[in-house]
Ligand binder design. Structure first.
Ligand code: NI
Length: 172
């Protein structure tokens, strides 16, 4: 397994749409392994392939936040089957936006169909943090970021901070 570099916003890499993988083969399994390793090291609760410069519809999540009881979920070609009318607000962050958080409102419950690590079709019903996390990561596959869900004012504040951070990093 390898820890991959995470793309930080703003970056056009994060705005590109991803293509379906259709089959989870060894190449995709390696990508899933590397993405999980990268996410745990960061640390974070979710990661989408474009964040590591791969434009394929692959996400990984683990909301257990436990070192001993990890419960990773690897998803290829995730598809939203159902979402609840009632919404939930969560203070979201993103590994592509270090130290930036904003309240985002999304459907409280979702049902998602996907291909798992063994290339089997699975369905998951998620609520709470897991629901938020899956929706956040699925957005990444269509070039959509959590800041695209908030007001332009708040988005510009965060993007300005990110641009400044990138400039400082480039100089150091
Ligand atoms: Ni994210």
């Amino acid at each position: 397994m390898a820890v991959l570099p995470i793309i930080k916003a703003p970056d056009p890499i994060l705005k590109k749409h991803c293509v379906p993988v259709e089959v989870v083969d060894d190449e995709i399994r390696t990508l899933m392994d590397d993405m999980l390793e990268t996410m745990y090291v960061a640390p974070g609760v979710g990661l989408a392939a474009p964040q590591v410069s791969v434009h394929k519809r692959v996400i990984v999540v683990d909301t257990s936040r436990g070192d001993t009881d990890r419960s990773p979920i690897q998803m290829a070609d995730p598809e939203l089957i159902e979402s609840s009318d009632n919404l939930a607000v969560y203070d979201e962050g993103c590994l592509s936006f270090p130290d930036q958080y904003a309240e985002v409102e999304r459907p409280a419950k979702v049902r998602v169909r996907y291909l798992d690590y063994e290339n089997e079709i699975q369905e998951i019903e998620a609520e709470g943090l897991l629901s938020t996390c899956i929706q956040h990561e699925m957005d990444h596959l269509d070039g959509k970021l959590f800041v695209d869900h908030i007001s332009m004012l708040k988005r510009n504040i965060i993007l300005r901070k990110m641009s400044k951070l990138k400039k400082t990093e480039a100089l150091s």
